[in-house]
Ligand binder design. Structure first.
Ligand code: HPA
Length: 234
Protein backbone atom coordinates (compact mmCIF):
# COMPACT_ATOMS: atom_id res chain seq x y z
CA UNK A 1 0.00 0.00 0.00
CA UNK A 2 1.04 3.55 -0.66
CA UNK A 3 -0.55 6.81 0.39
CA UNK A 4 -2.83 6.90 -2.67
CA UNK A 5 -2.96 3.30 -3.88
CA UNK A 6 -4.38 0.52 -1.68
CA UNK A 7 -3.08 -2.39 -3.79
CA UNK A 8 -0.89 -5.07 -2.21
CA UNK A 9 2.62 -5.65 -3.60
CA UNK A 10 2.22 -7.86 -6.66
CA UNK A 11 -1.32 -6.63 -7.38
CA UNK A 12 -0.09 -4.15 -10.00
CA UNK A 13 1.16 -5.29 -13.41
CA UNK A 14 4.34 -4.01 -15.08
CA UNK A 15 2.07 -2.63 -17.82
CA UNK A 16 -0.35 0.07 -16.70
CA UNK A 17 -2.98 1.90 -18.76
CA UNK A 18 -3.91 5.29 -17.34
CA UNK A 19 -7.27 6.87 -18.20
CA UNK A 20 -7.96 10.15 -16.41
CA UNK A 21 -11.46 9.05 -15.42
CA UNK A 22 -11.66 6.21 -12.86
CA UNK A 23 -15.00 5.03 -14.31
CA UNK A 24 -13.24 4.62 -17.67
CA UNK A 25 -10.73 2.37 -15.89
CA UNK A 26 -13.64 0.24 -14.65
CA UNK A 27 -15.29 0.11 -18.09
CA UNK A 28 -12.03 -0.74 -19.90
CA UNK A 29 -11.09 -3.46 -17.40
CA UNK A 30 -14.54 -5.04 -17.53
CA UNK A 31 -14.69 -4.80 -21.33
CA UNK A 32 -11.19 -5.86 -22.39
CA UNK A 33 -9.55 -7.84 -19.56
CA UNK A 34 -10.14 -11.33 -18.16
CA UNK A 35 -9.86 -12.38 -14.48
CA UNK A 36 -10.35 -8.77 -13.40
CA UNK A 37 -9.78 -7.71 -9.78
CA UNK A 38 -10.34 -4.29 -8.22
CA UNK A 39 -6.92 -3.34 -6.78
CA UNK A 40 -7.47 0.27 -5.76
CA UNK A 41 -10.35 2.41 -4.62
CA UNK A 42 -8.59 4.96 -2.43
CA UNK A 43 -10.29 8.34 -3.05
CA UNK A 44 -12.46 6.60 -5.65
CA UNK A 45 -9.52 6.51 -8.06
CA UNK A 46 -10.36 3.01 -9.27
CA UNK A 47 -7.66 0.60 -10.44
CA UNK A 48 -8.11 -2.91 -11.82
CA UNK A 49 -5.73 -5.72 -12.71
CA UNK A 50 -6.53 -8.52 -15.12
CA UNK A 51 -5.12 -10.25 -18.16
CA UNK A 52 -5.25 -9.49 -21.86
CA UNK A 53 -4.19 -12.28 -24.23
CA UNK A 54 -2.44 -13.87 -21.26
CA UNK A 55 -0.55 -10.69 -20.32
CA UNK A 56 -1.03 -9.10 -16.90
CA UNK A 57 -2.32 -5.52 -17.17
CA UNK A 58 -3.42 -2.86 -14.69
CA UNK A 59 -5.82 -0.07 -15.64
CA UNK A 60 -5.57 2.73 -13.08
CA UNK A 61 -7.34 6.11 -13.09
CA UNK A 62 -4.88 9.02 -12.99
CA UNK A 63 -7.25 11.92 -12.31
CA UNK A 64 -7.15 15.17 -14.23
CA UNK A 65 -4.03 17.28 -14.64
CA UNK A 66 -0.33 16.66 -14.15
CA UNK A 67 -0.19 17.03 -10.33
CA UNK A 68 -2.75 14.21 -9.96
CA UNK A 69 -1.17 11.95 -12.60
CA UNK A 70 2.25 12.57 -11.03
CA UNK A 71 1.12 11.14 -7.68
CA UNK A 72 -0.17 7.90 -9.21
CA UNK A 73 2.70 7.43 -11.66
CA UNK A 74 5.36 8.06 -8.98
CA UNK A 75 3.79 5.42 -6.73
CA UNK A 76 3.15 2.97 -9.60
CA UNK A 77 6.79 3.15 -10.69
CA UNK A 78 8.62 3.47 -7.37
CA UNK A 79 6.47 1.28 -5.13
CA UNK A 80 4.86 -1.21 -7.51
CA UNK A 81 7.50 -1.61 -10.24
CA UNK A 82 5.45 -0.42 -13.22
CA UNK A 83 7.60 -0.36 -16.37
CA UNK A 84 5.28 0.49 -19.27
CA UNK A 85 2.76 3.29 -18.73
CA UNK A 86 0.28 4.34 -21.40
CA UNK A 87 -2.09 7.23 -20.95
CA UNK A 88 -5.43 6.77 -22.72
CA UNK A 89 -7.37 10.00 -22.76
CA UNK A 90 -9.00 12.77 -24.71
CA UNK A 91 -7.66 15.99 -26.16
CA UNK A 92 -8.79 19.10 -27.99
CA UNK A 93 -7.61 19.43 -31.61
CA UNK A 94 -5.53 22.47 -32.56
CA UNK A 95 -5.06 21.92 -36.31
CA UNK A 96 -7.52 21.96 -39.24
CA UNK A 97 -5.98 18.69 -40.43
CA UNK A 98 -7.13 16.90 -37.26
CA UNK A 99 -10.79 15.90 -36.91
CA UNK A 100 -12.97 15.00 -33.95
CA UNK A 101 -12.69 11.24 -33.21
CA UNK A 102 -9.20 11.00 -34.79
CA UNK A 103 -6.45 9.53 -32.65
CA UNK A 104 -3.31 11.49 -31.77
CA UNK A 105 -0.18 9.60 -30.71
CA UNK A 106 1.83 12.15 -28.77
CA UNK A 107 5.44 12.02 -29.93
CA UNK A 108 6.32 15.01 -27.71
CA UNK A 109 4.49 17.07 -25.10
CA UNK A 110 5.17 20.78 -24.64
CA UNK A 111 4.10 22.62 -21.50
CA UNK A 112 4.40 25.91 -19.65
CA UNK A 113 5.31 23.96 -16.55
CA UNK A 114 5.05 20.48 -15.01
CA UNK A 115 5.32 19.12 -11.47
CA UNK A 116 8.93 18.30 -12.42
CA UNK A 117 9.73 21.99 -12.89
CA UNK A 118 11.37 22.10 -9.47
CA UNK A 119 13.84 19.40 -10.56
CA UNK A 120 14.48 20.53 -14.13
CA UNK A 121 14.64 24.22 -13.15
CA UNK A 122 15.88 26.34 -16.09
CA UNK A 123 16.15 23.36 -18.45
CA UNK A 124 13.53 23.34 -21.23
CA UNK A 125 13.50 19.55 -21.25
CA UNK A 126 11.72 17.99 -24.25
CA UNK A 127 9.43 15.21 -22.97
CA UNK A 128 9.04 12.53 -25.60
CA UNK A 129 7.30 9.19 -26.01
CA UNK A 130 9.05 5.83 -25.98
CA UNK A 131 9.92 4.98 -29.57
CA UNK A 132 9.09 1.26 -29.40
CA UNK A 133 5.62 2.00 -28.00
CA UNK A 134 5.02 4.80 -30.48
CA UNK A 135 6.02 2.65 -33.43
CA UNK A 136 3.84 -0.25 -32.25
CA UNK A 137 0.88 2.07 -31.60
CA UNK A 138 1.12 3.49 -35.14
CA UNK A 139 0.87 -0.06 -36.51
CA UNK A 140 -1.98 -0.98 -34.15
CA UNK A 141 -3.94 2.14 -35.13
CA UNK A 142 -3.36 1.45 -38.83
CA UNK A 143 -4.57 -2.14 -38.37
CA UNK A 144 -7.74 -0.83 -36.74
CA UNK A 145 -8.26 1.63 -39.58
CA UNK A 146 -8.40 4.59 -37.20
CA UNK A 147 -7.40 8.01 -38.60
CA UNK A 148 -4.20 8.71 -36.70
CA UNK A 149 -1.81 11.65 -36.32
CA UNK A 150 1.66 11.46 -34.80
CA UNK A 151 3.32 14.61 -33.51
CA UNK A 152 3.59 17.16 -30.73
CA UNK A 153 0.85 17.98 -28.26
CA UNK A 154 0.49 20.53 -25.46
CA UNK A 155 0.01 19.49 -21.83
CA UNK A 156 -1.82 22.42 -20.27
CA UNK A 157 -2.16 23.29 -16.58
CA UNK A 158 -5.66 24.65 -17.16
CA UNK A 159 -8.77 23.46 -18.95
CA UNK A 160 -10.32 26.93 -19.01
CA UNK A 161 -7.58 28.61 -20.97
CA UNK A 162 -7.31 32.40 -21.15
CA UNK A 163 -4.25 32.71 -23.39
CA UNK A 164 -5.50 32.84 -27.00
CA UNK A 165 -2.13 34.31 -28.00
CA UNK A 166 -0.35 31.20 -26.72
CA UNK A 167 -2.76 28.88 -28.55
CA UNK A 168 -2.05 30.90 -31.70
CA UNK A 169 1.68 30.19 -31.37
CA UNK A 170 1.05 26.51 -30.79
CA UNK A 171 -1.20 26.26 -33.85
CA UNK A 172 1.49 28.09 -35.82
CA UNK A 173 4.16 25.66 -34.62
CA UNK A 174 2.18 22.55 -35.54
CA UNK A 175 0.98 21.38 -32.12
CA UNK A 176 -1.75 18.83 -32.86
CA UNK A 177 -3.82 18.97 -29.69
CA UNK A 178 -4.13 19.94 -26.04
CA UNK A 179 -4.63 17.77 -22.97
CA UNK A 180 -3.41 17.97 -19.38
CA UNK A 181 -1.21 14.99 -18.42
CA UNK A 182 1.28 13.62 -20.98
CA UNK A 183 4.31 15.87 -20.37
CA UNK A 184 4.70 14.82 -16.73
CA UNK A 185 4.12 11.16 -17.62
CA UNK A 186 6.94 11.31 -20.18
CA UNK A 187 9.31 13.07 -17.78
CA UNK A 188 8.70 10.57 -14.97
CA UNK A 189 9.13 7.63 -17.35
CA UNK A 190 12.43 9.04 -18.60
CA UNK A 191 13.67 9.67 -15.04
CA UNK A 192 12.92 6.11 -13.96
CA UNK A 193 13.91 4.27 -17.17
CA UNK A 194 10.36 3.29 -18.01
CA UNK A 195 8.43 3.36 -21.29
CA UNK A 196 5.55 5.81 -21.77
CA UNK A 197 3.11 6.89 -24.44
CA UNK A 198 -0.08 8.95 -24.63
CA UNK A 199 -2.82 7.70 -26.95
CA UNK A 200 -5.45 10.43 -27.29
CA UNK A 201 -8.85 10.65 -28.95
CA UNK A 202 -9.90 14.06 -30.18
CA UNK A 203 -13.01 14.85 -28.12
CA UNK A 204 -13.36 18.50 -29.16
CA UNK A 205 -11.98 20.92 -31.69
CA UNK A 206 -10.56 24.27 -30.59
CA UNK A 207 -10.85 25.80 -34.08
CA UNK A 208 -14.24 24.52 -35.27
CA UNK A 209 -15.88 24.19 -31.84
CA UNK A 210 -17.12 20.70 -32.78
CA UNK A 211 -17.38 18.07 -30.03
CA UNK A 212 -17.55 14.28 -30.10
CA UNK A 213 -21.18 13.17 -29.62
CA UNK A 214 -21.60 11.24 -26.38
CA UNK A 215 -22.71 8.03 -28.18
CA UNK A 216 -19.35 7.93 -29.98
CA UNK A 217 -17.23 8.54 -26.88
CA UNK A 218 -17.36 4.93 -25.73
CA UNK A 219 -16.45 3.50 -29.16
CA UNK A 220 -13.49 5.80 -29.58
CA UNK A 221 -12.35 5.13 -26.01
CA UNK A 222 -12.49 1.40 -26.80
CA UNK A 223 -10.33 1.94 -29.90
CA UNK A 224 -7.71 3.64 -27.73
CA UNK A 225 -7.67 0.82 -25.19
CA UNK A 226 -7.08 -1.70 -27.98
CA UNK A 227 -4.34 0.41 -29.57
CA UNK A 228 -2.63 0.79 -26.17
CA UNK A 229 -2.85 -2.94 -25.34
CA UNK A 230 -1.53 -3.97 -28.76
CA UNK A 231 1.31 -1.44 -28.50
CA UNK A 232 2.28 -2.57 -24.99
CA UNK A 233 2.67 -6.21 -25.97
CA UNK A 234 4.17 -5.93 -29.46
N1 HPA B 1 -8.13 21.40 -23.11
C1 HPA B 1 -7.47 20.67 -22.20
N2 HPA B 1 -7.65 19.38 -22.04
C2 HPA B 1 -8.54 18.77 -22.83
C3 HPA B 1 -9.26 19.45 -23.80
C4 HPA B 1 -9.03 20.85 -23.94
O1 HPA B 1 -9.64 21.51 -24.78
N3 HPA B 1 -10.09 18.58 -24.42
C5 HPA B 1 -9.86 17.38 -23.86
N4 HPA B 1 -8.93 17.48 -22.91
Amino acid sequence: MTIHIGAQPGDIAETVLLPGDPYRAKWAAETFLSDVALVNEVRGMLGYTGTWNGHKVTIQGSGMGMPSLSIYVNELIKDYGAKTLIRIGSCGAMQDSVAVRDVILAMTASSLSTPSRGILRELNYAPCADWSLLQAAVKAAENKGVATHVGGIYSSDVFYDERPDLNEQMVRHGVLGVEMEAAELYILAARHKCRALAVLTVSDHLITGEALPSDQRETSFGDMVEIALNAAFT
